[in-house]
Design a protein around this ligand. Structure first.
Ligand code: FES
Length: 314
């Protein structure tokens, strides 16, 4: 992840929903285009955008189209009836021709250079992996994809990937094959990229492949201790107290300092903030193990402090 002490600009703009098509049971693909046909911001495999569906309804979706095609963004959205309303809005209310506010793209799941890759997808977790597979295949690297889902018809892009890449794509619907056979799939010396529901991510993490990259769209359980601490805002010259029951983000906002945020649950990376002094207690689902140890940035919507004081570049 690139770390910058400069404030990040909010890249936010309107796009038109040009096409909304069903690509699997319960999954629609949205094709979004600039209203005046201008090129959209560049992105790389693993990137996501925020869709501002309503002022208080902002959701993150991985880009699943072709990064070389700057004319459109494509995302695929699973209808989750028990969710918090984002997918319901996309499926039921968002119609072709409508304007949608977009923020981003951002990438907290970048594809590293390597000779061998294993991709593991569960359900809609296939979306960030599609452009990764395309990129790695184009590069001529060795790769395999293990793709699980409830049923074959619920698995977006499965047929296309299988048709295009043959035996390198293992499609494993649970009603036909049971749970994914991770032990047979995980070979040594490969970068492992995994995206999907929490039980799948946890199962892969338990097997501890050496070079694992995961992307979470739901927060990990946070049952860590919560104590009060102080945060000095170096640019604003203010000091705020973060209470046991509150977040740094909330305390900073209460002090009148504007900070970018989106998910407010540690999964999107929008509130990433540079740490100038102190040791953060990382509770997000964005930073990897290396980035956590570096302690130079933190997600202030959920992460806390290991000591009595932090100094942040705010
Ligand atoms: S606002 Fe999404 S990680 Fe903090």
């Amino acid at each position: 992840m690139t770390v910058s002490a400069e404030p990040r600009a909010l890249v936010e703009f309107d796009v038109l929903l040009e096409r909304k098509e069903v690509v699997a049971d319960g999954v629609v693909r949205l094709t979004l285009r600039h209203p005046r046909g201008e090129p959209l911001p560049a992105w790389e495999p693993g990137a996501h955008v925020d869709l501002v569906l309503a002022p208080d309804l902002v959701r993150q979706y991985s880009l699943c189209g072709d990064p070389a095609d700057r004319s459109v963004f494509q995302v695929a959205v699973l209808h989750e009836p028990a969710g918090r309303g984002g997918s319901r809005h996309v499926h039921a209310a968002l119609a072709e021709g409508r304007t949608v506010r977009v923020r981003g793209p951002r990438n907290h799941f970048p594809l590293v250079a390597a000779e061998r890759y294993l991709f593991i997808a569960g359900g809609i977790g296939i979306t960030p992996l599609v452009p990764m597979v395309e990129a790695v295949a184009a590069r001529g690297a060795w790769w395999r994809l293990l793709y699980g889902g409830r049923t074959r018809s619920s698995m977006a892009f499965a047929a296309e990937l299988r048709e295009r890449y043959g035996e390198r794509v293992l499609v494993r619907p649970q009603d036909e094959s049971g749970l994914l056979d991770l032990d047979s799939f995980l070979v040594a010396d490969a970068e492992v990229y995994c995206c999907g529901p929490e039980p799948l991510l946890a199962a892969v993490e338990r097997r501890a492949p050496a070079r694992l990259h995961v992307e979470r769209f739901t927060p990990e359980a946070d049952d860590g201790e919560r104590t009060s601490f102080e945060v000095e805002l170096a640019r604003s010259g203010r000091t705020v107290v973060v209470p046991e029951g509150g977040s740094i983000l909330h305390a900073v906002e209460q002090a009148g300092v504007a900070v970018l945020s989106s998910c407010r649950e540690g999964t999107c990376g929008t509130c990433e903030t540079v740490v100038l002094q102190g040791v953060p207690d990382h509770r997000d689902s964005v930073l990897n193990a290396e980035e956590r140890v570096a302690c130079d940035v933190m997600m202030i919507c959920v992460s806390r402090s290991r000591g009595p004081r932090l100094v942040l570049d705010l």
